[in-house]
Design a protein around this ligand. Structure first.
Ligand code: AKG
Ligand code: FE2
Length: 336
């Protein structure tokens, strides 16, 4: 039995938030910058390779429209996630993860892992959604009844969009269209992990953060939300609020593509804010290379005398160890 974890949802009715959720003055959200906004790219538009390249290199994030996923499917996914989180906490606890025993899939909340003991104003549901033969359906929500069917269908659709994005980014770098797709594991080994972020109403939103500032370790991350604002990205030394663009998906460049592109694509720093009046829900799909099988390193075509490799080779597992636990990256990699 895992130790009891306070679910943020159970705190939403308080008038002041517990100190663990109070951020330092520096971290707290000030007014986001007016001025340049996250680019919107039409994937069916003519100049889409150039536009994706501009967004990936200058911002590391973009909204994509005409991505090819049916609006009805997206609506069903939103409903399924909302209906799961609308269940009483006791029901959701049946799916609780247990991070201390390595069971990372399931219903969870951030555990204090650093000396500051700071917590995030969100509960989440995290699970692998693709490839289908690797998913563990026993931990997926059984309620609502269509959760499994809808999520499988969405995962397949978003996998198609990932292939399309990898193709566009490869072309933009002057490479073969399937190059990045292969380098991150292809259909068999690239893992799609879905995290449904549930941000309850917060009585003191100006003091808290839903998700603290971070970059994603993934290759790409796709984000869909319930049209409640909250995501901010760091651009030109300022926090910029993501607008709610109808029928779009947000795409983040993650650390993996920053490494493969030798720094040409930016792994975008971002965070999630919370608010007093509305629950925010987002669906993040992290497209992750296999943990050990592939050594991530700048693609050789992008390494030249004038642009030497900026990143030492590492497996995805080593990258996470390095980033989260500050472990050094082992110097020797086969084939360096
Ligand atoms: O809720 C969001 O929009 C962002 C969530 C996020 O950054 C994450 O889950 O990694
Ligand atoms: Fe993120």
């Amino acid at each position: 039995m895992a130790a009891a974890v306070a679910r943020v949802e159970s705190l939403a009715g308080m008038t002041t938030i517990p100190t663990e959720y109070v951020r330092t003055e520096e971290e707290r959200a000030k007014k986001a910058a007016e001025g340049p906004q996250i680019p919107v790219v039409d994937l069916e538009g003519e100049g889409c390779v150039e536009e994706v390249m501009k967004a990936a290199t200058e911002w590391g994030v973009m909204h994509i429209v005409n991505h090819g996923i049916d609006g009805g499917l997206i609506e069903r996914l939103r409903m399924a996630g909302k209906r799961f989180f609308d269940l009483p906490i006791e029901e959701k606890e049946k799916y609780a993860n247990d991070q201390s025993s390595g069971k990372i899939q399931g219903y969870g909340s951030k555990l204090a892992n650093n000396t500051s003991g700071q917590l995030e104003w969100e509960d989440y549901f995290f699970h692998l959604v693709f490839p289908e033969e690797k998913v563990d359906l026993s931990i997926w929500p059984k309620d609502p009844a269509d959760y499994v069917e809808v999520t499988k269908e969405f995962a397949k659709a978003i996998r198609g969009v990932a292939t399309n994005m990898f193709r566009i980014l490869s072309l933009g770098l002057g490479l073969e269209p399937d190059r990045i797709e292969i380098e991150v594991g292809g259909m068999e080994d690239l893992l799609l992990q879905m995290k449904i972020n549930y941000y309850p109403k917060c009585p003191q939103p100006e003091l808290a953060l839903g998700v603290e500032a971070h970059t994603d370790v993934s290759s790409l991350t796709f984000i869909l939300h319930n049209m409640v604002p909250g995501l901010q990205v760091y651009h030109d030394d300022k926090w910029v609020a993501a607008k709610c663009v109808p029928d779009s998906l947000i795409v983040h460049i993650g650390d993996t593509l920053e490494i493969l592109s030798n720094g040409r694509f930016k792994s975008v720093l971002h965070r999630g804010l919370v608010n007093k009046d509305k629950v925010r829900i987002s669906w993040a799909v992290f497209c992750e290379p296999p943990k050990e099988k592939i050594v991530l390193r700048p693609l050789r075509e992008l390494v030249t005398e004038t642009a030497p490799a900026k990143f030492p080779p590492r497996t995805f597992a080593q990258h996470i160890q390095h980033k989260v636990f500050k472990k050094p990256i082992p110097a020797e990699q086969e084939g360096v």
